[in-house]
Ligand binder design. Structure first.
Ligand code: NDP
Length: 333
């Protein structure tokens, strides 16, 4: 028997989640049965979309079940194998995060080829958040030469890669994030106008100062005042890639709405939402571009790392308090 600790959803939050919504439970794992592997996770990710899964509502991903281990991306090592396709020591990726170890059919994990990148990169800039930035800019916003690009949540996992892709492609980039440390990072990755939105009384005025001629593309991660600033600062025919609105995820109702949406009519704006899992056909192009950008040293990814399974709820809650610079990760074992 192997002991593993896992994080379970203890109760559903009403509004902002708290540590009381989670519980950490020890389980005993027998040896894997035929066709199964036993994996010990080395890294797991916490992501904003998991907040929606804590609610008992139907969405594009099913809700977490009360009393059951939560799920999410993880990388780990096969420690026991009863399937010929995988052997002890293989590095694998799965959606069975939020636990130290697990038994699963071999088909529930994917062997991970790192191509020289650190394994945890595949939970961040080389994984789902990276593909999200790529899809949002290239397919959804239809990035064109000369576009001025505004990114909110710019120092986070998705936002920081969106800024870097836009810079690599030669665009003027405006990035908004909370606090001086994040602004310093935005400058380090080449963002032309880094806005500390927490220090601004008038975010719309700050974006308009940064882009006196207006913005052509808005990469939306935050919602609320950021969306309003983008609507006011956009040029005619600007395109909005609506990736996320984290400032709204803990609302208990539909919120106060977006002021200035009328701008979308007069300026002929395109506002387009997307979910990355509907665009996996772009994975091959993303991997090719990412490999060349990484090889040329053009990417400066950052991570915020919490240690141990017991820190996973705190890491997740930290996303809603801006505690991460770059990708928020939990290192296990
Ligand atoms: P981040 O790494 O950006 O972490 C979340 C950040 O959001 C925090 O660090 C904080 O940064 C900011 N934030 C939190 N609460 C607020 C608030 N009330 N107001 C303003 N900013 C806030 O997360 P990800 O990069 O993983 O995700 C970014 C966005 O992309 C999220 O909205 C997420 O849901 C979305 N997403 C969408 C996908 C899709 O398929 N459409 C896929 C993946 C992510 P700061 O300190 O700057 O405030």
């Amino acid at each position: 028997m192997t002991t593993s600790r896992e994080v379970r959803l203890k109760s559903r939050p009403h509004g902002t989640p708290s540590p009381e919504n989670f519980e950490i439970v020890s389980v005993e794992l027998p040896d894997p049965g035929p066709g199964q592997v036993q994996v010990r996770n080395t890294w797991m990710t916490v992501d904003p979309y998991m907040r929606g899964r804590m609610n008992d509502v139907r969405s594009y991903t099913p809700p977490f079940q009360l009393g059951e281990a939560m799920q999410g991306g993880a990388v780990g090592k096969v420690v026991k194998s009863a399937d010929p396709s995988l052997k002890e020591g293989d590095l694998v990726q799965s959606f069975l995060g939020w636990r130290e170890a697990f038994n699963a059919p071999a088909g529930a994990v994917q062997r991970l080829e790192t191509h020289g990148l650190p394994p945890q990169a595949f939970l961040g800039y080389a994984g789902m958040p990276g593909l999200t930035a790529y899809v949002g800019l290239i397919r959804i916003a239809e990035l064109k030469d000369g576009d001025v690009v505004f990114v909110s949540g710019a120092a986070g996992a998705v936002g920081s890669l969106a800024c870097q892709i836009a810079k690599i492609k030669g665009h003027t980039v405006i990035g908004s994030a909370g606090g001086p440390e994040k602004v310093a990072y935005l400058k380090e990755i080449g963002v032309d106008h880094a806005i500390d939105y927490k220090a601004e009384n008038d975010l719309t005025a700050a974006v308009m100062r940064a882009a006196p001629e207006g913005i052509d593309v808005y990469f939306e991660n935050v919602g609320g005042a950021h969306m309003e600033a983008a609507l006011m600062a956009s040029r005619p025919f600007a395109r909005f890639a609506l990736c996320g609105m984290i400032s709204e995820y803990n609302n208990t109702d539909l919120g106060r709405g977006v002021r200035g949406l009328i701008m979308a009519v007069g300026k002929s704006l395109t506002l387009k939402g997307f979910i990355v899992s509907n665009h996996t056909d772009m994975q091959a192009a993303f991997v090719k571009d990412l490999a060349s950008w990484a090889a040329s040293g053009k990417l400066k990814p950052r991570e915020t790392v919490k240690e141990g399974i017991e820190a996973a709820p705190e890491a997740f809650l930290g996303l809603f308090k801006g505690e991460n610079l770059g990708k928020m990760l939990v290192k296990l074992g």
